[in-house]
Unconditional design. Structure first.
Lengths: 198, 66
């Protein structure tokens, strides 16, 4: 049992937080060892800084805020190292292959964005989040990371460029591709089979 | 006149910083005529909601799909 400034956390609660932190770290880092390290570090920091927790935010929010910094630290270290070749393929080099546009820069017939029925309702479904994680996993590593930093962590594009050591214009392109791919994946995998529609 | 490729790029950029008035005008014009790009714009805004919701996910409250 950890005593966080009079807020007792039971083993079971801790296990639940741990599971969530791991999933969150894995989504960002995409490496189980790195994710495990980040979570371990987070819990250790949390334990050491327990008196710094003032009970304003929920324990979960507090832990996630520590975890965010750990994840950014790891990415910063990684940005200085070359990305393994196995992680670079298949996109970064030939990004035009998966474009949903015709030669005239209009939407390909079968890739046109359709209307999404009741998207808010989807957020409450377990399967939706499993599908979301899957769609993130099939994106190239750097593309996925930039997207997560922007939309899940909520960092500004300037902060992301600085941490990942990429130029602002490159960052916007990566973000654009991530949105394009993720939107497409979610539509195909969740919002129904577009090919049924005309 | 913007094409769909340029329009989607602007829609993505618009989520990061304000566009110039001329860009906004061209964008609006295209969106009035193209419902696919219109959908695209709504969807990438929804992606932002998804990202935010993921950070605050409470697995206990999730339901199974129908």
């Amino acid at each position: 049992m950890i005593d966080i400034h009079k807020n007792k956390i039971t083993e079971a609660e801790l296990a639940l937080h741990r599971k969530f932190l791991y999933r969150y770290a894995l989504l960002h880092l995409r490496d189980s060892d790195l994710a495990e390290d980040a979570v371990q570090d987070t819990l250790l920091s949390a334990f050491m800084a327990a008196q710094g927790y003032e009970g304003r935010a929920s324990v979960r929010t507090w832990l996630v805020s520590i975890l965010k910094n750990k994840i950014i630290d790891i990415m910063r270290k990684e940005a200085r190292m070359p990305i393994p070749e196995s992680q670079l393929a298949p996109e970064e080099g030939n990004s035009d292959i998966d474009e949903p546009f015709t030669a005239a820069a209009r939407w390909e017939r079968d890739r046109r964005p359709r209307t999404w029925e009741d998207p808010d309702e989807a957020l409450e479904r377990k399967q939706f989040w499993e599908m979301f994680e899957l769609c993130c996993k099939v994106m190239p590593l750097q593309t996925a990371r930039v997207f997560m930093l922007r939309e899940v962590m909520g960092l500004s594009i300037e902060e992301i460029c600085k941490n990942m050591e990429i130029s602002t214009s490159n960052c916007s392109v990566i973000l654009y591709r991530a949105r394009m791919r993720l939107r497409d994946c979610i539509e195909v995998k969740w919002f129904g089979n577009r090919r049924k529609e005309k | 006149m913007l094409n769909c490729k340029e329009t989607t790029r602007l829609l993505s950029d618009e989520m990061e910083h304000p566009l110039y008035a001329s860009q906004r005008f061209a964008l609006k014009l295209h969106l009035l005529m193209c419902r696919y790009c219109h959908n695209f714009g709504r969807h990438i805004k929804f992606l932002r909601r998804i990202g935010k919701a993921y950070g605050e996910l409470d697995e206990e409250r999730l339901r199974d799909a129908k």
